[in-house]
Write a protein that binds this ligand. Structure first.
Ligand code: GLN
Length: 476
């Protein structure tokens, strides 16, 4: 099969009749088979995908195809796809089948996208390496002894290796952007409230955001315009009109931008040398192209990590209380009364990291510590958001690393949770502030591992982010 650069090119071939959706599905199924050892997919929907392809091929022939005809999509195992398994990569949802379609999934299907399977991830989205899955770790397609990042690791590897064209993941603290960086693909986390969370399994509801992984900004733009926007099933979704992102991506003019970089990030000891060098090199070429680039101080940056881990664990402890072994999912067999049913079902089925976070979250919400941690963290969150908004009065973008390092080795950080949390230093700030962010592939490090840089923008600036990403990717 041809290496098509964008969905637009695929659709040209579909409309010319040189390929069919069935060919596309068969192609991706064979790529999935070739890469089985990477453990990116938990289920592959071969029969369903081929059946949808046949229907869409007829629609194409009769000129009735939807906007996303020919798009082969994978879903992180946190998004509901009716009558298909849904487990958040956890044993606690063993045997669970989705009862309805997530709004984002429904909108993809309505525009004739084809869903090819369910992708591995860290349990309930909690992790940065995809080693916290009940189904085993995912391996990075660049080097299989390396992690793919997390928590949307399966989704990133699937796009990296061409198992699907687009993946939908979720980004609560960086879970789309960080694996995108580790795997050399693009990962967009839109503004909080841009995309409905209906049908997305909750981890930390005030941070959770559906995100898009792909290899071209144009594909991502096309998917974003389909899935974004008001939804009667989620009252937190913004009613801001949704631009025609894909059309405007190339038609609306870009201008000399005002770009900031955070001094603390460049000076940080923990930043891998090649990431620092790439960042500085990009800054230089942006200046040469006539953009304004200034260093700024953002001392609150280091507070975003504790703020995130206090608030996200608090919300998780509440969200995950519904998994009690009574209504659905796993139920322990050796129980004596209701209390022991709750306790044993939860202790036996939740993985170690999820249990750690439930305990942390319960602790920060407990009566004696509530003010010291939860209330305090909420105040800091507001300050971080306010400072961010101040910066975006003066600048269009902030450019920073997506993660402090490239993909680390499998097992390297598993014994030290704190070390693992530190890997989220640069990504959580977007979720704490609710603003959009994107990770853009910017070459490889000395070991041939993909390297990503991140761009942040003010609320609802996704179009500008995508346009600027193209500029960054085009630079040498
Ligand atoms: N790595 C972060 C965490 O472990 C982010 C996870 C996410 O965005 N779902 O919480």
């Amino acid at each position: 099969m041809n290496a098509y650069a964008t969905l637009r090119e695929i659709q040209q071939a579909l409309f010319r009749g040189t390929i069919s959706c069935e060919d596309l599905v068969r192609h991706h199924l064979s790529v999935i088979k070739q890469h089985e050892h990477l453990n990116a997919f938990l289920s592959v929907y071969e029969t369903d995908a081929l059946a949808s392809a046949a229907v869409i091929d007829k629609k194409i022939a009769s000129g009735k195809a939807g906007k996303l005809a020919g798009l082969i999509v994978g879903l992180k195992d946190v998004l509901s796809y009716k009558n298909h398994p849904l487990q958040a990569a956890s044993n606690v949802l063993d045997g669970f089948t989705a009862q309805y379609n997530a709004t984002a999934v429904q909108r993809l299907l309505d525009e004739d996208a084809i869903i090819i399977g369910r992708q591995n991830c860290d349990e309930f989205g909690m992790g940065s390496s995809n080693e916290n899955s009940a189904f085993g770790a995912v391996k990075n397609g660049a080097q299989p002894n390396r992690v793919p990042g997390g928590s949307s690791g399966g989704s990133a590897v699937a796009v990296q290796t061409g198992m699907c064209r687009i993946s939908l993941g979720s980004d609560t603290g960086g879970s789309v952007r960080q694996p995108a960086a580790f795997c050399g693909v693009i990962g967009l986390k839109p503004t909080y409230s841009r995309i409905s969370r209906y049908g997305l399994i909750a981890y930390a509801s005030s941070f959770d955001c559906i995100g898009i992984l792909g290899t071209s900004t144009e594909d991502i733009a096309r998917v974003l315009e389909v899935i974004a926007g008001a939804d009667e099933y989620d009252s937190t979704v913004s009613t801001q009109p949704v631009p025609e992102f894909a059309t405007e991506l190339h038609s609306s003019k870009t201008k000399p931008y005002r770009i900031a970089y955070i001094r603390e990030t460049v000076d940080s000891d923990g930043l891998q040398q090649e990431i620092k060098d790439t960042l500085l090199q990009k800054i230089n070429s942006l200046k040469q192209q006539g953009h304004t680039v200034n260093a700024i101080d953002f001392p609150l940056l280091e507070y975003s990590l504790p703020t995130y881990y206090i608030l996200a664990t608090a919300e998780a402890s509440s969200n995950l209380s519904r998994y009690d072994g009574v209504r659905y999912g796993y139920r322990s067999e050796n129980t004596t009364d209701l209390q022991s049913l709750y306790k044993k079902s939860r202790s036996e089925a939740f993985g170690k990291e999820v249990q750690r976070r439930i305990l942390l979250g319960t602790f920060v919400l407990s009566a004696s510590y509530y003010d010291a941690y939860y209330t305090q963290a909420q105040k800091v969150r507001q300050q971080i958001r306010q400072s961010m908004l101040e910066i975006f009065k003066r600048y269009d973008f902030i450019i920073l690393p997506t993660a402090p390092t490239t993909a680390f080795a499998l097992g390297e950080n598993t014994s030290d949770p704190l070390q693992m949390y530190l890997a989220d230093l640069y990504s959580v700030v977007a979720n704490v502030s609710g603003i959009p962010g994107i990770s853009v592939p910017c070459g490889n490090d000395n070991q041939g591992l993909p390297l990503g840089l991140q761009v942040l923008a003010g609320d609802f600036q996704e179009l500008a982010l995508l346009q600027f990403s193209d500029i960054l990717m085009k630079q040498d």
